[in-house]
Write a protein that binds this ligand. Structure first.
Ligand code: FES
Length: 356
C-alpha cells in the first residue's frame, strides 16, 4: 500500500500520498488555492506565483503547484501575507496588459477577471504602459491579442506537451517577452495546425475563437456534448450554442477517452457547415434536358438512382459501379453500405472517405 504522508493544511490534519504537490492535496481536501499558469496534465512551471502558500519554517512563500509535500508540513493558504502576495501578482498582471473586459470575448470566463473580483481589487496600484501589440486577425479561426497575454505559458505547454505540435514558445526577454511561433510569425504564416488547443488553454482573452466573436457571452451559451462526425476516432466535444446556432466547439474534458478534451482542426473549426445557407436539405435531380437541378422528394431521388444503377449494371456489368462510404456514418451504417455494394449491387468496388 502507498505510504501516507501526514500534514496540516489550514489547521486540519490530513494524510496524502507521497509525491503529491501542496496544490493537489489542497484540491483533494476542498481547500481553494487560485492558479493561473497551472494546467493539469502538463509540466508545473511555477511561473505566475498566484498559488503561493505559507509553509511553517520556510524562508519565503512557496508556489503550491510545484512544491511536493513533506511529512509534518504545516501549510496555511489564507493568511494576510499570502493574500498580499496574490494581490500584488494580480495587480501587476492587470496593469501590464490591455484588460478591457467590456469588449473582451473572455468576459465572464476569465481567470484574471475572476481573481480581481475574488481578491476585491478595485483598481491596480500601478500604471504600466500596455505593450501596444497589433492584434492578429489575419486568419479565420483564431484571434490573438498579445496585449492581454499574462505570459503564463499554458498555450506553450498545450501546443508542445498536449498536442506535441511544437509551434509556440517564448521569445524576447523582460518586458518584451512574448509567446508565438518561430521568427515572430503570425499563426497563418507558421507551421500552426490550427488545432485550437492554445485557445482552450488561454486563461484570459489573449487567444480566442475568431468565429465566435460577438456571437454570444459565456453565460448565454448552452453546451451540448456530442461525438465529432469527421472521422472514426469518436472525439467527444461540446457544441457551444447560442440562439440555436453553433458558435464554437470546445473539447469535452469530462471523459478521458478517446481525445481527453483535445480536438483537431476539423472537429474544432469545421462545424459551420451545420447552419451554412448552401447546405443541401433536400435531394436535387436534373429532371429535364436543360440539366437544371430541381428539388425532389427522397422517394423520387432513390427511385431515380436505383433505376440508373440498374441501367449501368445491365449495360456495363456490376464492376462499372463503385461505392464511396462516409466517415460521418456510424460503423454500422458503413457495414451495411459495403454489404449492399457487394451483395445487392454485386461489386467489390467499395471505398471510404476517411482520408478526407
Ligand atoms: Fe502555481 Fe502559477 S499556478 S505558480
Amino acid at each position: 500500500m502507498d505510504k501516507k504522508i501526514p500534514l496540516t493544511i489550514d489547521g486540519k490534519e490530513v494524510e496524502a500520498a507521497a509525491g503529491q504537490t501542496i496544490l493537489e492535496v489542497a484540491r483533494e481536501q476542498g481547500v481553494y488555492i487560485p492558479t493561473l499558469c497551472y494546467m493539469e496534465g502538463t509540466t508545473n512551471v511555477g511561473a505566475c506565483r498566484i498559488c503561493v502558500v505559507e509553509v511553517e519554517g520556510a524562508r519565503s512563500l512557496v508556489a503550491s503547484c510545484c512544491t511536493p509535500i513533506n511529512p509534518g508540513m504545516v501549510i496555511k493558504t489564507n493568511t494576510s501575507r499570502v493574500r498580499a502576495a496574490q494581490r500584488l501578482v494580480v495587480e501587476l498582471l492587470w496593469a501590464s496588459g490591455n484588460h478591457d473586459c467590456l469588449t473582451c470575448e473572455k468576459n465572464g470566463d476569465c481567470d484574471l477577471q475572476n481573481l480581481v473580483y475574488w481578491l476585491e481589487i478595485e483598481k491596480p496600484r500601478f500604471r504600466i504602459e500596455p505593450p501596444g501589440y497589433q492584434p492578429e486577425t489575419n486568419n479565420s479561426m483564431i484571434q490573438r491579442d498579445l496585449n492581454k497575454c499574462i505570459l503564463c505559458g499554458r498555450c506553450v505547454r498545450a501546443c508542445n506537451e498536449i498536442q506535441v505540435n511544437e509551434i509556440l514558445d517564448f521569445a524576447q526577454r523582460g518586458s518584451h517577452a512574448k509567446v508565438g511561433p518561430a521568427f515572430d510569425a503570425d499563426y497563418i504564416n507558421s507551421q500552426c495546425y490550427f488545432c485550437g488547443e492554445c485557445v482552450e488553454a488561454c486563461p484570459v482573452g489573449a487567444i480566442t475563437f475568431k468565429q465566435a466573436r460577438f456571437k454570444g457571452r459565456p453565460w448565454e451559451i448552452r453546451k451540448v456534448k456530442t461525438t465529432c462526425t469527421y472521422c472514426g476516432v469518436g472525439c467527444q466535444l461540446d457544441l457551444n450554442i447560442h440562439d440555436g446556432k453553433i458558435i464554437k466547439v470546445t473539447g469535452n474534458r469530462d471523459s478521458n477517452e478517446p481525445n481527453a478534451g483535445s480536438l483537431c482542426v476539423k472537429g474544432r473549426f469545421g462545424l459551420d457547415f451545420v447552419s451554412h445557407p448552401d447546405r443541401l436539405k433536400t435531394p436535387l435531380i436534373r429532371k429535364d434536358k436543360k440539366g437544371e437541378l430541381e428539388e425532389a422528394s427522397w422517394d423520387e431521388a432513390l427511385k431515380f438512382v436505383a433505376k440508373k444503377f440498374q441501367d449501368i449494371k445491365k449495360k456495363h456489368g456490376a464492376d462499372a459501379l463503385a461505392g464511396l462510404a462516409s466517415a460521418r456514418c456510424t460503423n454500422e451504417e458503413n457495414y451495411l453500405f459495403q454489404k449492399f455494394m457487394r451483395v445487392a449491387v454485386g461489386t467489390n468496388n467499395v471505398d471510404h472517405c476517411a482520408r478526407l
